[in-house]
Design a protein around this ligand. Structure first.
Ligand code: HEC
Ligand code: HEC
Ligand code: HEC
Ligand code: HEC
Length: 432
């Protein structure tokens, strides 16, 4: 397994009156989630060791239970760290904390819970693969096809876009659930995500390089996953800005949408410069997060040239300025960027040659060396990206020394020094 190089540093409840008024119009419950125990029997996905002669290894449950943090996601709420967050928020127990359960468990309505369903199983099989009621019987038949499984409600987690949307649903948030600054203030770790690295580190319980896997589901290309993750992280950020910016109540916007380190860094560490933050952005002002946008700009320069990349740069700057104004400006700026991402959707479906990958890597390190990716979140995304691309190029071991040096600069968010990051990147650029 590859060590994950992620660096870690209420939603309004439904109004009861409104809920009862609309009860008549509530659609019937969706198909049932049967519970992880339904997948984990000895003849199904509950083997202790992988089997060779079947399409799937059948030890998925053991991997999930023993190595995958998702199986512990509910328990994290009851850990000392979890209890401290709950107490700070005045929440009496994990069991009733919908705000937490929405991301730390498969928190579906009681009507959709099958006999073996257990909330304490955390992020179980059906939280990712979808309600199994309609396909549990048929999907193990010899004649079952992937298309037929999908038609019965299996979630398309194999496609880069399907997977990005799935993971981002918890690792970034949705219009309904979000790790707000109130949660951060209570002690929740900062969320960061990169699709390719997180896929590798989950750890995988599927054999993506197996001929049988490729025949059924196609080839999964690491570079494509990485690019798709960047595109969809940006569009997700736009959704979150539209749904959460003014939701905290009071006069202040939702702080968790802003660059954490634009508020959280020592005052003695004077780091402001126009090249870092962008022309036209006044010193001492609050800036929205732009980590994924900066990386997307570097990608765009490689795939589409400097003109298109500059256009995205201008849209990013407009977004940061809108984040210093009001909801109306923000809507215009986020819609512009969402449209930009939509117009480049083809990048989620194309394949990338080794030559493309080398150019992408060079572009990333050039951005870093030029001090254009020096907000902590951008630097972190650059380092994760350089790592991912080096694995795709199969030269990670040969480049380990420079990759480690870069990783070292973002290991500790609090002590992050943008100038040092740029200078390490400058040295690394000769080798990457
Ligand atoms: C938007 C989704 C989301 C919400 C809401 C959320 N969490 Fe989390 N939480 C995560 C993710 C994702 C991680 C893993 C972060 C990482 O390591 O990248 C995490 C990590 C944690 C951790 C650290 C776990 C560990 O093993 O180190 C604790 C503790 C935690 N959350 C508690 C809570 C509590 C308590 C609540 C409710 C008040 C809550 N979370 C709400 C998504 C969420
Ligand atoms: C956090 C999300 C997540 C969870 C939880 C999860 N999976 Fe998966 N699973 C994936 C992804 C992503 C893939 C790879 C893409 C694909 O083939 O759909 C995958 C692939 C698989 C495959 C391989 C399919 C093939 O065609 O070769 C099986 C089987 C599987 N999962 C079973 C399980 C079981 C059983 C559980 C629960 C014990 C589980 N998964 C939990 C995300 C998840
Ligand atoms: C239902 C919400 C949910 C979904 C969907 C989800 N995750 Fe998670 N994930 C979590 C939570 C919560 C944690 C933290 C668990 C803990 O540490 O206790 C986590 C932890 C992780 C970790 C460990 C992070 C670390 O810091 O070590 C990885 C890797 C990960 N998820 C990858 C993925 C991938 C890849 C997908 C999509 C295929 C995905 N997750 C989908 C909620 C989710
Ligand atoms: C607009 C400025 C601002 C932004 C942006 C911001 N914070 Fe905060 N943060 C604050 C303030 C103010 C406090 C309260 C400090 C205190 O009570 O001493 C705080 C407190 C915290 C705390 C609790 C520290 C403690 O003393 O216990 C954490 C953790 C935290 N923020 C994390 C984050 C993360 C993660 C982000 C980015 C997602 C972020 N913050 C973005 C202003 C900000």
């Amino acid at each position: 397994m590859r060590a994950l190089r992620a660096i870690r540093g209420g939603a309004p409840g439904a109004c009861l009156l409104a809920a009862s008024l609309t009860a008549a119009a509530t659609p019937p419950p969706g198909p049932k989630h049967l519970g992880t125990a339904s997948c984990a029997t000895g003849v199904c996905h509950g083997r202790s060791a992988p089997v060779a002669d079947r399409d799937v290894a059948l030890n998925e449950y053991a991997i999930w239970l023993q190595k995958d943090r998702h199986s512990q996601a509910y328990r994290a709420l009851e850990s000392a760290e979890g209890r401290r967050i709950l107490a700070n928020l005045g929440l009496p127990s994990a069991k009733q904390a919908k705000i937490c359960l929405d991301c730390h468990a498969d928190n579906i309505a009681t009507a959709q819970q099958g006999a073996k369903f257990k909330l304490v199983d955390g992020v179980g099989c059906e939280a990712c693969h979808g309600a199994a009621e309609k396909w549990i019987e048929s999907h193990s038949h010899k004649e079952a096809t992937h298309a037929a499984n999908l038609a019965r409600g299996l979630y398309p987690s194999e496609t880069p876009t399907g997977r990005a949307e799935l993971c981002l649903g918890c690792h970034a948030g949705t219009a309904e659930r979000f790790a707000t600054h109130e949660l951060m203030g209570a002690g929740h770790p900062r969320l960061s995500f990169e699709l390719e690295a997180f896929t590798t580190d989950q750890p995988p319980h599927f054999r993506r390089d197996d001929p049988s896997y490729r025949r059924r589901k196609g080839r999964i290309d690491g570079v494509n996953l990485w690019v798709t993750g960047q595109l969809r992280s940006v569009s997700r950020q736009m959704t979150l800005l539209q749904s959460w910016w003014g939701r905290a109540g009071g006069a202040l916007p939702e702080f968790a949408l802003y660059d954490c380190h634009s508020c959280h860094h020592p005052m003695s560490n004077a780091r402001w410069s126009r090249e870092r933050v962008g022309a036209g952005i006044a010193p001492g002002t609050l800036r929205l997060q732009t980590g994924n946008l900066v990386v997307l700009r570097a990608i765009t320069e490689t795939l589409d040239g400097p003109k298109e990349s500059d256009a995205l740069g201008q849209a990013t700057q407009a977004l940061v300025l809108a984040g210093q104004r009001d909801a109306a400006s923000l809507r215009i700026a986020t819609e512009r960027i969402s449209a930009w991402v939509k117009a480049h959707d083809e990048w989620t479906r194309r394949s990338y040659s080794a030559e493309d990958t080398v150019r992408l890597r060079k572009s990333l390190v050039r951005y870093a060396a030029a001090n254009r990716a020096s907000d902590f979140a951008a630097a972190e995304q650059i380092v994760l990206g350089l790592d991912s691309l080096s694995y795709s190029l199969n030269d990670h071991d040969a480049r380990r020394r420079v990759l480690d040096a870069l990783f070292d600069t973002v290991k500790n968010a609090t002590g992050f020094d943008p100038t040092r990051f740029a200078s390490v990147a400058k040295t690394a650029s000769a080798e990457l």
